[in-house]
Design a protein. Sequence first.
Length: 206
Amino acid sequence: MLPIEYHILPPVKKTVGRCAAGARYVLWGCAVLALAELVLLPLRMPLAGILCGMVSGFLFALGVALVAVLVAWCHSVLLAGRGVVVTRWLVRIGAGLAPLLPLCWGYTLLSGGLLLYRQAELPLILGVIMLGAAVVNIPRMAAAPWQLQVRVVALPLLLLLIYCTDVPGLLVFCAVFKLLAAWVAAAPLRLLADFAPRIISMPETE
């Protein structure tokens, strides 16, 4: 069994930094394409608009998956006492489920069928896990600026709002929430991309 310190092995830290940088671009791409869909559809360019919407949906799935994995790493490495034990295990479960999200999305797009039963609920499950972990562990983030704490809590909430508004009649709200999510996530992900490779130790488990 791997020791818990595998989180701070150099290859792991480098991968986390790259994932954080990649997630930032993925979320911005998701937001820009969602806005492009809103612009193209009224201009009588339905195929281009639908394509932008589909790619935006895939990037949303990929972004949620990347954020879920990063949350699990941050929970164990950055929170005081490695966070609350219950949420620590929940975010690890979420990280294990995360790769299924873009995989299922791509499979359904190509085949028209479902890879998993009720796979559409995966973003909801991951969003609830991340939001719950963020709220419960606010006292463990005392060392972080309050603005960063607000962004950490707001991001999973916005991801849930995107999931709930991703229906034809609410595309405007969905695009707005995607834009807000990209903006809210930009600073934490940029900091994580820079800071993760420099971590040299982990907090003691309480």
